[in-house]
Write a protein that binds this ligand. Structure first.
Ligand code: ADP
Ligand code: MG
Length: 463
């Protein structure tokens, strides 16, 4: 990007943020370079970098991306005080302090859509209740979704569905929307991702159509926002979300939210937003278990059979897949689709041999798919403490022991190094991790309860 282009973008920002903000925050930004998707600006003080990144970063990113630049992140460097320093020194000092903000994945397709096109955010035809297989890990989430989809009096607001990738959050939200449309066609049901929410918001700001935006969002009967963790750290968007949320709750309108983790665990989400989300019913989708995976596979086979009526699938294949493929349903589905396509191409029945051949890479990839986060989650559930206590600084025994067990399991079950593990445990040193791992190794030999706990956890994680 050229300085000239930045100059033009600045003009656009002036219109959006107003003269005062512009003079104080935008004008002093000096564009330095754009490399690997990171736009670097120098700022006179660290404070300013922080302020801009918290309050204007989404806006700046939006402007950059809609003007054709491909920018994922902004970085602010504090420039050296004296203007006449040798470049080398200045660069070193600049490098010391860097504040950055991650960009949303750019959605150029959205940028020119009129605000009112929102009403028709597309729903996936396949994501219905009929096609949702219920099992132990998701039965609560399913029941809550069903209840909300009946459209009766609002009993819990909001409904928050959370859980890892590919466990069916989006599927359930779409299912609710389909059901509501069917039962109550007059209801104004709005489904969108948190990312879309942000783009609409920023667009409204830029086009000075905040009134339209507010009116639109406050006139829906049911608002569904998917993947709300996306707005974490994007302060102005969070603020607007907060107000939209409150306005709708005041009118007793149903709100449904999804997130990839419990609201309380979302980093950089404002406390007031967190506490609002926790006001209603919060249910999680647990990682799938074997039975659920098998159920989903059987269900999908029926659907595939419509497309490939002649294909035969041998006994044991689905069981094998349910056993071997990770907890993510999306991966499971992909594997099955590939299997059917492959079998029909080569004109063979689906047996173990074909399965092993066709899915070699998927099977290999899912062999060791246990993540540090999963381990932390499982261990905290097991000991009935909060995830934040496993990661946090408290040293009391009731947290420290589970923490050490989690570290031990990370060392055993993932390929992460000690420093990497330390980092994921609240930035601890690798020697702390090593100490924890050793401690558990010793205790396993002397303390039957610990040995049993570790074994149970290991089995649960490998299931
Ligand atoms: P998330 O939004 O939680 O990341 P999705 O809702 O997009 O996950 O689900 C990923 C894929 O897995 C979708 O194709 C969805 O239909 C399917 N899926 C997930 N859970 C189930 C289920 N219980 N029954 C049937 N299909 C499911
Ligand atoms: Mg989703």
């Amino acid at each position: 990007m050229t300085q000239e282009k930045w100059g033009q973008l600045r003009e656009r920002l002036l219109k959006t943020v107003g003269k005062n903000n512009y003079t104080t925050w935008i004008e002093p930004l000096k564009f330095q370079e754009l490399e690997d998707g990171v736009a670097v600006f120098s700022v006179p003080t660290n404070f300013m970098g922080n302020y801009v990144s918290q309050n204007f970063a989404d806006l700046i990113l939006y402007e950059l991306n809609t003007s054709g630049e491909d920018v994922r992140r902004l970085a602010f460097r504090v420039a050296a005080n004296s203007p006449v320093r040798p470049t080398m020194i200045a660069t070193e000092e600049e490098a010391e302090q860097e504040v950055s903000i991650a960009a949303p994945a750019a959605s150029p397709a959205l940028s020119n859509t009129p605000l009112d096109a929102l009403q028709t955010a597309p729903l996936d035809k396949r994501f219905t209740f009929e096609r949702f297989v219920v099992g132990k890990p998701n039965e609560l989430a399913h029941a809550a979704a069903r209840r909300v989809s009946e459209g009766g009096p609002v009993t819990f607001n909001p409904l928050v569905l959370y859980g890892g990738v590919g466990l069916g959050k989006t599927h359930l939200m779409h299912a609710i929307a389909w059901e509501l449309r069917e039962r109550q066609p007059d209801l104004n049901v709005l489904y969108l991702s948190a990312e879309q929410f942000m783009y609409r918001f920023v667009q409204a700001l830029r086009e000075r159509r905040m009134m339209d935006f507010k009116h639109l969002f406050r006139s829906v009967d049911v608002l569904m926002v998917d993947d709300v963790q996306f707005i974490a750290g994007k302060d102005s968007t969070q603020e607007e979300f907060f107000h939209t949320f409150n306005a709708l709750v005041d009118q007793n309108k149903q709100i449904i939210i999804s997130a990839d983790r419990a609201p309380g665990e979302i980093k950089d989400l404002e406390d007031r937003v967190k506490s609002r989300l926790q006001c209603g019913l919060v249910v999680d989708l647990h990682p799938t278990d074997y039975e659920l995976r098998l159920g989903i596979l059987q269900n999908k086979v029926q659907q595939h059979s419509a497309t490939y009526p002649d294909l035969k699938i041998r006994d044991g294949v689905l069981e094998f897949l349910a056993h071997r493929i990770s907890t993510n349903v999306r991966v499971l589905e992909g594997a099955l689709t590939r299997l059917f396509a492959f079998a029909s191409l080569v004109g063979r029945e689906i047996d173990m041999e074909l399965t092993q051949d066709c899915l070699a890479d998927v099977l290999r990839a899912s062999e060791r798919k246990i993540t540090v986060e999963e381990i932390q989650r499982k261990v905290s559930e097991y000991y009935n403490i909060r995830l934040s206590d496993i990661i946090g600084p408290k040293r009391v025994r009731s947290y420290a022991r589970p923490r050490q067990i989690a570290m031990y399991l990370c060392k055993q079950l993932t390929s992460r190094s000690l420093p990497e593990i330390g980092r994921r445990f609240g930035g601890r040193d690798h020697t702390t991790v090593m100490h924890g791992v050793r401690r558990i190794e010793e205790l396993k030999l002397t303390d039957g309860q610990i040995a049993e706990d570790v074994e149970m956890l290991r089995r649960a994680l490998e299931a």
